[in-house]
Structure formats: structure tokens, C-alpha cells
Design a protein around this ligand. Structure first.
Ligand code: PEP
Ligand code: MN
Length: 337
């Protein structure tokens, strides 16, 4: 529940409401605003009765929150959250960031070449999967812990912070040690135990939208991480599965401005997994910048035709370098920028 105070409510009246919330065994979260002061009620597992507040002065209205999330919502937290990954800042009001690198770490040479090339082209963060969630068990599953070390080494040499996926709770400690940001992939978006543990791992989390998740489910999944005390969460739209089969997934860029209004957490777009085809990545990456995304994630490989994973959607180095130059121009025309 949100308790909205009168415009002229005194600090004593606000405190009296907070005190009453505490007496009910719940947690008050005052939300200062230009127009109104509101107080969020946290910790309830069902409907909060208005009756215990009726004798208090200065209350304008009660808003019952029916959504399955609070901490991620703008109503409870109007200010943008800025996520810090190494020295890189990611937020709605910041310059958009580019996360680039191969789908999977394949070898020391491959990941080192990718790190150097994406850094030279101007990427801010390096990606690369060591643990790969593959649809079939006969596909390349990633190099595991060895891949993690190769990725960390290559990114350190190039001077880039690292984002990499964790698939299981028992991998978290080692992944969080090596990575600057821990990725939870689309297939694990509703692995609630993993979300909770990731919230306690002490690193920023990049959470990808599940392939059949609604936006409310996406935000509710992020809420699990915030409830553990970690607000450093980046949301990543990567397309969803619909009846349309021409492209790998269906990407709705309206999600970006929608989520900007709904949440203080930054949202980035992954056109590579959304589209599945490299020729479509640059125009949609630019479109994501234009609609105000806080960044993009793009797959880049030294030799996409020989990639062990997601080659058809990976850019080679010259195409990525061209895209970065185009993004630089597009960035100046950005929505709200
Ligand atoms: C990835 O980013 O490596 C990945 C597997 O993407 P998704 O979880 O969005 O399918
Ligand atoms: Mn991939």
C-alpha cells in the first residue's frame, strides 16, 4: 500500500503514520516527491487494512498496490537507479553503454581477440558466456570454469569490466569473484532461488527477460533480487517468443519507454538474441538508442561463420566498429538525451 499525504502535511504527521505502520509489524518507506509525500508500506503479504490509520491527520489517500512488485517500481522509488559496473555507470539518465563480446568463450585466442577489438571500437563492457544454457545437450555447452578464467584474463588485459552468465547457485561464488556483473539468462528468469542468491552475491546483476515472460513477471523477478538488499540490477529486453517465426524472437521496443515509466532500474536491449540475424542487429541497436535504452548488448566474434554458438547473429569486428561509429551519431538524437 502507498499512503499519500496532503501537500501541507507536517513532518510530525508523516512520522505518526510511519510509527503506526511499525506498530503493525510492517516497514514504512517515506518517498519524498516534489508534489506529494507518500509513504510506502513494505512487508505485508496481503491486503493492508486502512482502519488503523483513520484517526491520523494529514493523509490524502490510500493506494492499494496490486502488482507483484514494489521495490522495483517508480511509485516506491521515483529516482533513477544508477548501476555501477566497475567504473561504468548504467542508468536512464546516463549515456547509453555498449556491452559486447562473443556468445561463448571458445579459446584464449578467440576471447582475447574479441576483447581487444571491442575495446578498440569503444565498447564499455565485455560479455562472454562460460556456462551456456543450450537448447540441446549435443551443442557446445561452454568451457565452464576454464572459460571464466580466460574471459577474466582477456577483459583485464583489454581494460574492460566483465558480464557473464551464471546458471546455477553453486557457480555463483566463483562467477561473482571473477565477474563485475552477474548475468541471469532468459531461461533462468524465474529460477527464484537463483535470483535470491544472486541478490546476496554482492555484485550487480543483469537480468534478462524470460522468453515467455510478461513485463509484470519480469519486474516481479527483479523484485526478488532487490528484496535481498541489492538494488544494482540492470534489466535486459531480448525479445519474446510469439507466433512469428521469421526472426528468432519478437522484439517490442515500446517496452523501453514503458519500463522507463514503470521502474527506476535501467533497461538495456539485446538485439542479437532478439533477432538472430546479424544484418538486422545494427538498425535495431540504433533504434534502441533512439527510444532511450540505457544500453545495448551485442554479440561480436572474430570469425562468426566458425562460432561455436550464435554465429548467425554475431557481428564481425569491422561491422561492430562501423556500428559503434553510427551509434555515436545516433546517441546525439536520443529520446530524453
Ligand atoms: C546470452 O546472453 O548469452 C544468452 C544466452 O541470452 P538469453 O538468455 O537472452 O537467451
Ligand atoms: Mn548467444
Amino acid at each position: 500500500m502507498l499512503i499519500v499525504m496532503d501537500h501541507f502535511a507536517s513532518p510530525e504527521q508523516v512520522e505518526a503514520v510511519c510509527q503506526r505502520i511499525r506498530e503493525l509489524g510492517l516497514t514504512p518507506q517515506p518517498i519524498p516527491g516534489g508534489e506529494r509525500v507518500a509513504i510506502g508500506v513494505l512487508g505485508n503479504q496481503g491486503y493492508v487494512d486502512e482502519a488503523p490509520f483513520r484517526d491520523l491527520e494529514g493523509i490524502r489517500e490510500f493506494i492499494h498496490v496490486t502488482k507483484p512488485y514494489k521495490l522495483v517500481s517508480r511509485d516506491f522509488h521515483p529516482e533513477d537507479t544508477v548501476v555501477r559496473v566497475g567504473p561504468v555507470e548504467i542508468g536512464w539518465s546516463r549515456d547509453p553503454v555498449v556491452i559486447a563480446g562473443p556468445c561463448a568463450v571458445e579459446s584464449a585466442e578467440q576471447v582475447r581477440a574479441a576483447a581487444r577489438a571491442v575495446k578498440a571500437a569503444g565498447a564499455h563492457l565485455m560479455r562472454g558466456g562460460a556456462f551456456k544454457p543450450r537448447t540441446g545437450p549435443h551443442s557446445f555447452q561452454g568451457l565452464g570454469y576454464e572459460g571464466l578464467d580466460l574471459l577474466a584474463e582477456a577483459a583485464r588485459e583489454a581494460g574492460l569490466p566483465v558480464v557473464t552468465e551464471v546458471m546455477r547457485i553453486d557457480q555463483l561464488e566463483k562467477v561473482a569473484e571473477v565477474a563485475d556483473c552477474v548475468q541471469i539468462g532468459a531461461r533462468n528468469m524465474q529460477n527464484f532461488d537463483l535470483l535470491k542468491e544472486a541478490g546476496r552475491a554482492g555484485k550487480p546483476v543483469l537480468l534478462k527477460r524470460g522468453m515467455s515472460a510478461t513485463l509484470d513477471e519480469f519486474l516481479a523477478a527483479a523484485e526478488y533480487i532487490l528484496l535481498e538488499g541489492n538494488e544494482q540490477v540492470i534489466l535486459c529486453e531480448r525479445g519474446i517468443r510469439t507466433f512469428e517465426r521469421a526472426l528468432r524472437n519478437t522484439l517490442d521496443l515500446a517496452v523501453v519507454p514503458y519500463l522507463r515509466a514503470a521502474t527506476h532500474l535501467p533497461v538495456i536491449v539485446d538485439p542479437s538474441h532478439a533477432l538472430g540475424r546479424r544484418s538486422l542487429v545494427p538498425p535495431i541497436a540504433k533504434a534502441a538508442f533512439l527510444v532511450g535504452a540505457a544500453g545495448i548488448m551485442v554479440e561480436v566474434h572474430p570469425d562468426p561463420c566458425r562460432a561455436l554458438c550464435d554465429g548467425p547473429q554475431s557481428l564481425d569486428f569491422p561491422s561492430f566498429t562501423r556500428l559503434m561509429a553510427e551509434l555515436d551519431r545516433v546517441g546525439r538524437l536520443r529520446e530524453g538525451g
